[in-house]
Design a protein around this ligand. Structure first.
Ligand code: GDD
Ligand code: MN
Length: 365
């Protein structure tokens, strides 16, 4: 490479913390050594979610003028803290790392070098050649981590997209799509919304957390699924919406049959039960559609939307029936295989349902 170390870009190291007071002195010591050895222009932003565990005292006792502690009392959460850090940062590069010393500060200069050489996004990775992890994971946690990584495949081919150790140019979030991550995979959000092209993974040794315990619960993992859903809507737009809509429709078939079974069990007359089951399935579809693919429509009142949805579903049923009749008429062979005509009818009905729901019932503002 040959360039002198002073040519490395200036960096704001953003460290989200929640109850990491015991880790901060060791973290600061290691970052300070890297900072001095490489003559870095480096500030550190500790984005703390009001831990009340002595974090404020610990930072004050360290007394370093290149460290800023920002205590956050609203909009808590790891991702939100990092995005907040982006806004407070003053240097050319934004570098995010954990406070618990799982991420080696000694890798920072190499990350900066890669950015200087033209990378958009540099990731500290456990799963590229030379990377490793010290965590003694049980088989369940391992499967869990692999599954989470696999689910991120439609968005990235990175080996370790779950990593929270990454660096970008400060200009990147400014030109990225608006970010609204839920949960804690802020790196993935930045990668996708930032339209990063030149992505580099460099190996790290991921150490066991130094002190304290992990904050990442089952709740965070469920939020990860919601995060993926939102990313898919961002990246695949109406295709993802249509997929969700179809899954909701499929769930409606099961709701219909389950409701019918129950109603008949409670001795409702069969014909009435069939009608009631259809209605219940429609209600369930409505609620799920408003929760998932058309969540943006929740700002408006649900009652007119419900009437619209029922009307659209009826029109869809009409389109289904009408199409089937047309196929039977123009393709008499299907009279012997009415399932073919019915299947094409179902597709037409779904398409009609989707279009009406998307463009009329839950019209985008
Ligand atoms: N401000 C803030 N608010 N910080 C938080 C919060 C929060 O709600 N929750 C966690 N943090 C901070 C922690 O204090 C720590 O510095 C960092 O975020 C990561 O949290 P850990 O609890 O140490 O998470 P982990 O070790 O399970 O997860 C790590 O490994 C993942 C890959 O397996 C992190 O590095 C993740 O970023 C990484 O994706
Ligand atoms: Mn950790």
């Amino acid at each position: 490479m040959g360039a002198s170390p002073t040519e490395l870009p200036s960096v704001s190291v953003i460290v989200p913390t929640y109850q990491e007071a015991l880790n901060l002195p060791a973290l600061v010591e290691r970052v300070e050594r890297v900072r001095a050895d490489h003559h870095l222009t480096l500030e550190m932003l500790i984005m703390d979610d009001d831990s009340r565990d002595g974090t404020e005292e610990a930072v004050a006792a360290l007394g370093r003028d290149w460290i800023r502690l920002i205590v956050r009392r609203e909009n808590r959460g790891l991702s939100a803290a990092v995005l907040d850090g982006f806004r407070h940062a003053r240097n050319e590069v934004l570098l995010v790392m954990d406070a618990d010393l799982s991420h080696p500060p000694e890798t920072i200069p190499e990350m900066l070098r890669r950015l200087r050489e033209g990378a958009d996004f540099v990731l500290g990775s456990r799963y590229v050649e030379g990377g490793s992890t010290e965590e003694a994971w049980g088989i369940l946690r391992w499967i869990n981590s692999k599954a989470a990584t696999l689910l991120a495949r439609p968005f990235t081919r990175l080996k370790d997209p779950m990593s929270g150790f990454f660096a970008i140019l400060r200009s990147l979030p400014e030109t990225a799509a608006p970010m609204n991550p839920v949960g804690y995979k802020i790196g993935l959000e930045v990668l996708v919304k930032g339209n990063c092209e030149k992505v580099v993974e460099i190996p790290i040794h991921f150490s066991q957390r130094f002190k304290g315990e992990s904050k990442l619960s089952l709740r965070e993992q469920l939020l990860y699924l919601e995060h993926l859903r939102r990313l898919a809507e961002y990246k695949f737009g109406d295709w993802m919406r249509f997929l969700e809509f179809s899954l909701v429709g499929l769930s409606g078939a099961f709701v219909n049959l389950a409701a019918l079974t129950l109603l008949v069990w409670f001795s409702m007359p069969v014909r009435a039960a069939v009608a009631a089951a259809i209605f219940i399935a429609m209600l369930s579809n409505f609620v799920l559609n408003r929760q998932f693919p058309f969540a943006y429509a929740r700002e408006k009142h649900w009652l007119p939307q419900l009437f619209g949805f029922i009307a659209a579903s009826s029109i869809g049923a009409g389109a289904n029936y009408g199409t089937a009749l047309l196929i039977l008429h123009f393709w008499p062979l299907t009279l012997r295989f009415p399932q073919i005509a019915a299947s094409i009818g179902i597709v037409a009905g779904m398409a009609s349902n989707y279009l009406m729901t998307r463009y009329v019932v839950f019209k985008k503002p």
